[in-house]
Structure formats: structure tokens, C-alpha cells
Design a protein around this ligand. Structure first.
Ligand SMILES: [Zn+2]
Length: 94
């Protein structure tokens, strides 16, 4: 299951990612914001998009298009902390 989810996310093309962002924009009540470590742009992911705690998800920064790895982790008061890092580009495209 982990393998399947990861390969699906990595195979997403920019068009489908743009559609994903539009879907997120309509669900403003459950947005989780995270800052791009590359350019500092504040991206957002919907709570409904986070389905696997502690399992990395991938998204492109909306501003600089850097591929980001997002790992949801439990925070305080039932909040979700998002741990963001740059995905390994060479591994992704090899
Ligand atoms: Zn960025």
C-alpha cells in the first residue's frame, strides 16, 4: 500500500497537481499551510488530502515548482504538523 501511494504521487503530472490545488482552494476550512524551504512561498494542503500520517506525500511548490516531500505528524491539541523537505530530484527522475 505504501509503495502504491508513493508511486502514484510521484507520477502526477503538473496539470493534475494544478487541479489538486484548485480542489484545495475550495476547502478552505481545513487547510494546512506549509512553507516551501526553497523560496518561502506558503503552500497549502487540505486536511482531507492527508490520509497517511507519517507517510511522505509529494507536491510541487506552487511558486517555484520545487518538488516537496510532506510528512504529516501529530502535533499538539490535535493539530497536524507538516514536516517539509525538498524531494530528491535525481531519484525521482532517474
Ligand atoms: Zn517554492
Amino acid at each position: 500500500m505504501e509503495m502504491l501511494l508513493n508511486s502514484t504521487a510521484r507520477g502526477a503530472d503538473p496539470a493534475s497537481l494544478a487541479a489538486l490545488y484548485q480542489g484545495i482552494a475550495m476547502q478552505s476550512s481545513s487547510l494546512h499551510e506549509y512553507m516551501c524551504p526553497q523560496c518561502g512561498y506558503i503552500n497549502a494542503i487540505a486536511g482531507s488530502e492527508i490520509c497517511n500520517m507519517y507517510l511522505a506525500q509529494y507536491a510541487n511548490c506552487y511558486s517555484c515548482d520545487t518538488k516537496l516531500e510532506i510528512v504529516p505528524a501529530d502535533g499538539m491539541n490535535e493539530m497536524i504538523n507538516l514536516v517539509i523537505s525538498e524531494a530528491d530530484e535525481e531519484a525521482l527522475f532517474r
